[in-house]
Every structure is written in C-alpha cells, then in structure tokens.
Design a protein around this ligand. Structure first.
Ligand code: CO8
Length: 257
C-alpha cells in the first residue's frame, strides 16, 4: 500500500487494518481523507489477498464528523458535492466484496457515526461515544445517516438520536442494535482482529456471498431475495473450499483451507 497523509494501513495475513490518522482534528472527514480512503479501496479491490477490512481511528476519536472548518464556507452546490463524496465513499464500503468491520475506539459523531454504519458490523470500546449531533449545527445528517440509522436501529431510535442530537455510550448503542459488541479499550483491536481473521480463514468465498446476499436482499422483495439466496447457496457447490468444509466435518477434522 502506498504512503498516505491521513490514513495508515497495515496488513496482517489476509486482514487489512485501516487507521484514520488525523488525531489533531479528531479524524474529521475532509476531502483529502476521502481521497485517501478511496485510494485504499482501489488498492483493496486490486488485491485478492485482502479478505477482510478493519477500520479504526488514531487517538480519542474514530471520527468526530465531517470537517466543520472545511464545511462552514460552502455554498449549497458545494455542500451537495461534499455530501455526495461522503455518500459515494460509504456506498463503496458497503458494496466492497469483502466484509468490513468498524473497531470504534472513541467518538463516532455525525459523519463518523454514519461511517461506522456503512461498515458491515461494529465492535466498540467502552470509551466509544455515538451520536448524530448535526442539529446542534443547524444541519441534518448528510452521509445517509437518516436512512442507515433507521434501518439498523429502528425508526424510534433514529428519530430520537437525530432530533435530540444526544451523545450516547457504547452500551446504549449496543442496546439500540447500533453496535454488536462492547469491549474494554485495550481489547478492542485484539478482539476485532480475531473476528476478522476468523472470517478471513473461514471459506472466504462464502463470506463474500453471505455479505452480498444480505446487502442486496434488503433492497428486494422477500421472494426474490430468498430465490437469490438459493442461487448463491447452490453456486458454492462448485467451490473446492465448500466441498472441503463439508468433507472435513464428516471426517471429524478441521478443514484445510
Ligand atoms: N471538524 C473539524 N474539526 C474538529 C471536529 C470536526 N467535526 N471535531 C473536532 N475537531 C477539532 C477541534 O476543533 C479541535 O481542534 P483545535 O485543537 O485546533 O481547536 C480538535 O479537533 C480537538 O477537539 P476538541 O478540543 O473539541 O476535543 P474535546 O475532547 O474537547 O471534544 C468533541 C470532543 C465532543 C467530539 C468535540 O470536538 C465536538 O463536539 N466535535 C464536533 C462533533 C460534531 O458536531 N460532529 C458532527 C459534524 S457535522 C457532520 O458530521 C455532518 C455529516 C454530513 C456532512 C454532509 C456534507 C455537507
């Protein structure tokens, strides 16, 4: 991976760890950060050896939102373009073949909370804080937070968080279904990387198909989506790893992948 100013990457076996690295501004999202995240996504798409992406933040924030300093001078056309830059980047994360896990180390506010929601699931440190504080700035979420939050946490929680602009703890986020697991800060990366390695080593073709089937299916009618599932399920029977997975179970041994 090439050298970047606002993000760092580190590859461990088949897992790529992407660290947002602008701690002096609490990893706030500006155009350079988006450009560099997109460069990393280009590199991931060109490297079949990367099977899971983990994203975290340097310092006390995951991401404290869109960069308010950069945003404050924008006219409506520029604000629309900035919103679309964020939306397109997060849509790309969702559309990435491989699973993406957010390891939420600290503040995940506004665009930061929206960023975590575009990842496939979220593991949070007890220090993490979530919120959509845009109303405090006279704004509404602009990176599809109005849509993803209600899908992940339900309509009442989305309306509550966006209308009150309240900052909530990781435990509250867990209760709302916004995060899947809460761990002590010193365990965050260890636990998340273990999960990532487990997914990477567990028949990665199946992980890609599982993500795609769930992500595409949510936008479809139930009958069409379940038929797509049957087709994707069946297509794995041509895969050597699938045959090995079932054979190993019957032979009471671990699969050799
Ligand atoms: N943008 C730019 N700089 C930021 C941001 C941000 N979102 N958040 C923090 N910073 C900067 C601070 O200005 C400060 O810089 P400096 O040291 O130069 O003064 C530095 O980071 C450290 O921050 P604090 O001193 O404020 O740290 P605290 O620990 O006291 O407070 C908080 C931490 C509570 C997280 C506080 O920084 C805060 O409230 N930040 C803003 C949170 C926020 O409102 N986020 C939402 C932003 S809006 C948004 O995300 C909309 C997304 C959709 C955009 C659509 C495009 C148009």
């Amino acid at each position: 991976m090439s050298e970047k100013k606002t993000v760092k990457t580190q590859k461990q076996d088949h897992v790529l760890l992407l660290t947002l690295n602008r701690p002096e501004a609490l990893n706030a999202l500006n155009l350079l950060v988006y450009k560099e995240i997109n460069e990393v996504l280009d590199e991931i798409e060109a490297d079949p050896d990367v099977k899971v992406l983990v994203i975290t933040g340097e310092g006390k924030a995951f991401v404290a939102g869109a960069d308010i300093a950069e945003m404050s001078g924008m006219n409506p056309d520029e604000a629309y373009a900035f919103s679309k830059t964020g939306q397109n980047t997060f849509d790309r994360l969702e559309a990435l073949d491989i699973p993406v896990i957010a390891a939420v180390n600290g503040f995940a506010l506004g665009g930061g909370c929206e960023f975590t929601m575009a990842c496939d699931f979220r593991i949070a440190s007890t220090r993490a804080k979530f919120g959509q504080p845009e109303l405090n700035l006279g704004l509404i979420p602009g990176y599809a937070g109005t849509q993803r939050l209600s899908r992940l946490s339900g309509l009442g929680n989305a309306l509550y968080l966006i209308l009150t602009a309240e900052m909530i703890t990781a435990e509250d986020a867990l209760r709302m279904g916004l995060v899947q697991k809460v761990v002590e800060p010193e365990q965050l990366l260890e636990v998340t990387m273990q999960l990532a390695h487990r997914i990477a080593n567990n028949g990665s073709a199946a992980a890609v198909k599982a993500k795609r089937t769930i992500r595409d299916g949510i936008h479809m009618d139930f009958m069409m989506a379940s038929d797509m599932e049957a087709q994707e399920f069946a297509s794995l029977f041509g895969d050597a790893a699938t045959q090995e997975g079932m054979k190993a179970f019957l032979e009471k041994r671990k699969p050799e992948w």
